[in-house]
Ligand binder design. Sequence first.
Ligand SMILES: *Cc1c(COP(=O)(O)O)cnc(C)c1O
Length: 430
Amino acid sequence: MSNEATYGFDTLQIHAGARPDPATGSRQVPIYQTTAYVFRDADHAAALFNLQEVGYIYSRLTNPTVAALQERVATLEGGAGAVCCSSGHAAQLMALFPLMTPGKNIVVSTRLYGGTVTQFSQTIKRFGWSAKFVDFDDADAVAAAIDDDTRAVFCEAVANPGGHITDLDAISAVSDAAGIPLIVDNTTATPYLCRPIEHGATLVVHSTTKYLTGNGTVMGGCVVDSGKFDWTANDKFPSLSEPEPAYHGLKFAETFGPLAFTFHGIAIGLRDLGMTMNPQAAHYTLMGIETLSLRMERHVENAVKIATWLENDPRVDYVTYAGLPSSPYNKLVPKICPKGAGALFTVAVKGGYDACIKLVDNLEIFSHVANLGDARSLIIHSASTTHRQLTAEQQEAAGAGPGIVRLSIGIEDADDLIADLDQALSKAAS
Ligand SMILES: *Cc1c(COP(=O)(O)O)cnc(C)c1O
């Protein structure tokens, strides 16, 4: 689009990345269900393989439907480029991969999605990488944890499961001073509520499985690059700054400038790790994003109503929603997520573990599932599910103790959701 810089979010969520199909005029982005693309001639093929010309070779690397989604998410986040992949977890590995080598570490928040805690505390060790978990409310502690081998700082803007907000400006000041990128998982806020790049994030990762798709249909992930990090400023990122042997000594930072990380993600990351998004998934997610702002407004409106009702209910100990004035994170809402604190929070139920189990089993509209960011309301008892593999200390640090349930508030009628919680809480208390 010619006027992309001046269009508002509601226009861009429908139009960014989507042009009428050049072959047919198809107004909606076609699902390019193909694995390969015919080369014009042998010279064209050679130019594509040498990265001298941008185009389509093979769908493990690029696909036009996926490319439309990449451009749309990059635009909504205010980034230079994006790489979509098969899941949010794949996106996290794709974000770290160009930065890391054996022996290097990342400094990460204790308040993360349970699967991410496991990925970072266990699985990445197999690559020779490690993670140091720190309380990100304390920017000095983050600074103190960074050492010469640290290659990135990682947090969630609005943290799963508690909905705690990270002061991204304070954390990016620390990562900037150390000359390393800040990676922000923006899954639970979405670019409608929070734009991490405006707060100094280098990379933004998403599980597009959640709000971006918005209806619990397909898995996906995305890595957005701000294009603002200078990979050549120090010698910490040779994959991007030094000659790449697999491409005849090409230097990504020198050749692609602000798109260096994105091109590396496609040309090396997807080529060799193969965590590719399929065009069907990209199609569903493109459809979902068209209504993102409308859904997020209703998600937030419902979450405020329901969290307020729960907080005043005698069967509830406390509610962690940052949209409530009682939350210590409430003061960060105007700065970090001015359109609202999302729709994800935890509730401590009186009666502990047993009451939580009864609550979950007696709800009728809320579904008990390991997902969030669906149009329908969801609940999960994190301690017995998503955070089950964690130690008791890790569960507490993540805000997922045994007496706590996580709610993902949907876009149904708020009064119906409150009535459902009311009847199930009565059963939980009996
Ligand atoms: C779900 C989720 C992930 C992982 O994404 P998948 O698409 O399930 O792989 C990462 N971060 C957050 C905050 C999530 O909610």
